[in-house]
Design a protein around this ligand. Structure first.
Ligand code: ARG
Ligand code: ZN
Length: 877
């Protein structure tokens, strides 16, 4: 049941090659798999061959082409065991299975989406196609033959290079593919059906021409242009920045509409959730464009970090995911505004990963045990994993990091590697010891760093005392001190940087100090005037910092730091006390005093033309309700947090009315043709935040309704709609806008997802009724993961007041939905359930209701392993 890292051992048999023949049929697909094995040197000569299966039935088994005696094997739905195998010489096993892709609602293995055959094999989906050693350290070369009805499936695709194909007399045809790069089964892919094609080429740095093909539903070809552009930019960037060239003659991307996750990096044949491929100004927001760019890059970058070098076992998932997220973050930072990108990353990390790391589902970046690996595709593995990679780069510097990466590519190309292998490359290339640093992979929990400082004018010294604590997490009651790289700057009165003549007390390299003890004191010598310390600049370490700085000092950082991220952080630190105080006051019924100093700073930044618009919009966005809840700690009342935050927004709005009017009018008038680039996106973001603030002053839906009517792109249109819906849910203007949006986009599933999402996130007690009504809406499709996430996921993850209704009825709705969805798509159900991972932090009445709903799930008669794993961890004391 439970898989442990410590139990890893290599397979007894080495797989030499794989020949697959698929005879596709919507309900009766036949797969013949010829596998050539030999026993591994030194392996037990008696050991049987055990192949994995999942819901399979065996319909044929040959040994060296001859039917195998029934007493030599045992087949169950989940395994095929073959005995009496040769001690040394290679042998061939031919396995035949028959599966029903149409009935495959789990969307793992081979399934159909909108009439298209497609696969998802990571992590353990290949075993739903055929019996196989379905683990990432079994690498083999694959030949794939696909036979299918020609009219329904003109397109037959698999990994690698196209070998050839031809028609048969009976209306069928076949295609053969050969992938010369040894790969694990999770990177296998097959696509068949009738799709439209967008083509381009890319010439690699060494002059090879690669055919680029993006397949989408017929008629949607124009919406794949941006993805193609992002792909070409990704290929170039990986050559320039990481020295990585593409290695096949063809690179394909296929967009499908039913997909459990974002996308999948199958060798040479990436399969995407179409949400992350399709875009045009009329139907996609700036956020959609940014995601497409990032995910196209992410999957492409996996070709080296994931495919050429893969994972030894699934415990090493962060080896490919954390690293590849880091690579896609760097790519987007280079394509857009680095600082704004960093702010968005940190916001995301804090709102998604920090709660995970402090709740019942906390686990190390590299876990040591799992019951269901699908539940470990988490923001800890991905985003914290990326931050850990970033810290290596921070500690070793640009060149040291590059040396380590080059060694990694050199040393491990073709390997199924481990986190230790990866770390060792940085150690060897830089002659450093990263043993203590590696705790970041093994210890769960967000380090809390408490800081105090003192300035001694006579001695010209600045003393900094730091203390780190990592709270207990499930299975890890005590923790060792970590290596915490903290980028810092000492700002003088006039904003210039003070450089110490020397530093005592620990390691400091350039502008990064290393906290490595539980508590440590650094003394900076030769500091001529009292400095203002800016710490953890650029978010150099994924920690929570507790450093009580005065409002004046924060305002000083907000004005003077050369790191824009730190300026944003300083404003956030200024605003957070006002937001938490407002929440407390709302809870106790006390009047909220407006904080003019805060409003001054925020409005001044909004008006500051020397700052890029996207940055100003990030400042105006303030902390989310979830951020405020986290700051308040436990005993959370979401209604009070919401009400308090609204009053702070209103007071900033009143204070800056003129600024917001001017901003809105000038940005509106600037109206040039839409372009999805970062600068245009930033202007729209600023304009739309100005619009939001103005509605607080005007207390009328008129301006948003007008913006809705005039919008010529989906960013402005959906922002106007969401302001209408969220601020004026009962207004006639809102009803009309929702109806017109629905009529206009009824045929566009991705846009209708937005329509569901906007309504599911309208705050307040009425949200539940709205969600129930939307569940019964003819547009709601319970089989489509995007639609389920847009309605139920948005409600549970992104509507704190609506979801946390006092009577607990929304928890019950989620419980019922999870149980229902679990019957067809366990992965999706388990993911939705994690929305309740912070239930213990709610005030007691709500927490009690939440527990009841969770216990109802736990006591259900049948639960998937996925949901059982999550529910049991969430309820554990
Ligand atoms: N490797 C894919 C990616 O990050 C995601 C696969 C997710 N698989 C899963 N079983 N949840 O690009
Ligand atoms: Zn990935």
């Amino acid at each position: 049941r439970v898989v442990h890292l410590a139990d890893y051992r290599p397979t007894d048999f080495v797989l030499e090659r794989v020949d697959l023949t698929f005879e596709l049929d919507p309900e009766d697909t036949k797969i013949e798999s010829r596998l050539i094995f030999h026993r591994r040197e030194g392996a037990d000569p008696q050991a049987p061959l055990v192949l994995d299966g999942d819901e399979l039935t065996l319909s044929g088994l040959l040994f060296d082409q001859i039917e195998m005696d029934a007493d030599r094997y045992t087949a169950t739905a989940s395994s095929l065991t073959i005995r009496d195998l040769p001690a040394a010489e290679p042998f061939e096993v031919t396995v035949t299975t028959i599966i029903n892709p149409t009935a495959n609602t789990k969307l793992m293995g081979l399934f159909r989406s909108n009439g298209i055959y497609c696969t998802q094999c990571e992590a353990e989906g290949f075993r739903r196609i055929t019996y196989f050693p379905d683990r990432p350290d079994v690498l083999a070369v694959y030949t794939v033959n696909i036979i299918a009805d020609k009219e329904a499936n003109p397109l037959l695709l698999s990994n690698g290079n196209f070998l050839g194909g031809a028609g048969y007399g009976d209306g069928k045809h076949f295609a053969a593919w050969f992938d010369p790069h040894p790969k694990p089964s999770y990177l296998f892919a097959l696509v068949a059906g009738d799709l439209g094609l967008v083509e381009d080429t890319f010439t690699t740095v060494s002059g090879r021409e690669v055919a680029l093909k993006i397949y989408v539903e017929h008629g949607k070809e124009p919406r794949a242009a941006y993805a193609m552009d992002a792909l070409k930019r990704s290929m170039k960037w990986d050559e320039e920045v990481f020295g990585r060239e593409y290695d096949l003659d063809i690179f394909m991307v296929v967009a499908v509409s039913d997909f459990n996750m974002g996308a999948m990096e199958n060798k040479g044949l990436n399969i995407f959730n179409d949400k992350y491929v399709l875009a045009d100004p009329e139907t996609a927001t700036d956020q959609d464009y940014a995601y497409i760019e990032a995910i196209i890059a992410h999957e492409y970058f996996h070709n080296w970090t994931g495919n050429r070098i893969t994972c030894r076992d699934w415990f090493q998932l962060c080896l490919k995911e954390g690293l590849t997220v880091f690579r896609d973050h760097e790519f987007s930072a280079d394509q857009r505004s680095r600082a704004v990108k960093r702010i968005a990353e940190v916001r995301h990390l804090r709102s998604e990963q920090f709660p995970e790391d402090s709740g019942p589902l906390a686990h190390p970046v590299r876990p040591t045990k799992y019951r269901e690996i699908n539940n470990f595709y988490t923001t800890t593995v991905y985003e914290k994993g990326s931050e850990v990679t970033r810290m290596i780069a921070t500690l070793l510097g640009r060149d040291g990091f590059k040396k380590g990466m080059d060694l990694y590519f050199d040393r491990h190309d073709g390997d199924a590697a481990t986190v230790e292998d990866f770390v060792k490359c940085f150690e060897d290339a830089n002659s450093v010891d990263l043993a203590q640093f590696s705790l970041w992979y093994n210890q769960a929990g967000t380090p809390q760093v408490t800081v105090s400082s003192a300035y001694d004018e006579k001695a010209s010294t600045f003393t900094l005392s730091l203390e780190q604590v990592v709270a207990a997490t499930p299975g890890q009651p005590t923790k060792e001190p970590m290596v915490i790289p903290l980028s810092f700057s000492l700002l003088s009165d006039d904003g210039t940087v003070l450089t110490p003549s020397s530093v005592e007390g620990g390691k400091v390299a350039g502008d990064v100090l290393q906290l490595v003890e539980r508590s440590q004191t650094f003394v900076f010598q030769g500091i001529a005037s009292r400095p203002v310390l800016s710490l953890n600049r650029g978010f150099s370490a994924p920690i929570t910092l507790h450093y009580p700085q005065s409002k004046d000092d924060l305002a000083h950082i907000a004005r003077h730091d050369s790191d824009l991220f730190s300026r944003w952080q300083a404003v956030t630190d200024l605003a957070l006390p006002a937001l938490t105080a407002a929440a407390r006051n709302a809870a106790s019924g006390a009047a909220v005093e407006s904080d003019d100093a805060l409003a001054d700073v925020v409005v001044a930044i909004a008006a500051d033309e020397s700052l890029e618009p996207a940055f100003r919009a990030q400042v105006l966005a303030l902390s989310s309700e979830a951020d405020i809840a986290r700051e308040l700690g436990s005993n959370n009342d979401p209604d009070a947090i919401h009400a308090g935050r609204q009053t702070v927004l209103a007071s900033i709005a009143a204070h800056g009315e003129q600024t917001f009017k001017t901003l809105f009018d000038t940005l509106n008038a600037a109206g040039s043709a839409y372009s999805p680039d970062a600068a245009g996106a930033g202007r729209r973001a600023l304009r739309n935040s100005a619009l939001l603030y103005l509605t607080f002053v005007e207390k009328s839906p008129a301006r948003a309704a007008e913006a809705f009517a005039k919008a010529d792109n989906m960013t402005d249109l959906s922002q106007a709609l969401s302001i209408l819906a969220h601020q004026f849910p009962d207004a006639e203007e809102t009803r009309a806008a929702l109806a017109s949006f629905e009529t206009r986009f009824a045929d566009n599933a991705l846009v209708m997802d937005k329509w569901f999402q906007i309504q599911a996130t309208i705050p307040g007690d009425m949200a539940l009724d709205r969600v129930n009504a939307l569940l019964a809406n003819p547009h709601f499709k319970g089989e489509n993961p995007n639609r389920v996430r847009s309605l139920i996921g948005s409600f549970a993850f992104a509507n704190p007041t609506g979801f946390n209704r006092k009577d607990g009825a929304a928890y019950d709705l989620l419980a019922s939905q999870v149980l229902d969805i679990d019957g067809r798509n366990p992965q999706l159900a388990a993911r939705l359930l994690t929305a309740m991972r912070s239930w213990r932090l709610l005030e007691p009445m709500r927490a009690d209701k939440a527990r009841n709903a969770l216990m109802r799930i736990e006591s259900a008669e049948t639960l998937s392993v996925d949901v059982r794993d999550i529910i049991e961890r969430m309820l554990q004391a």
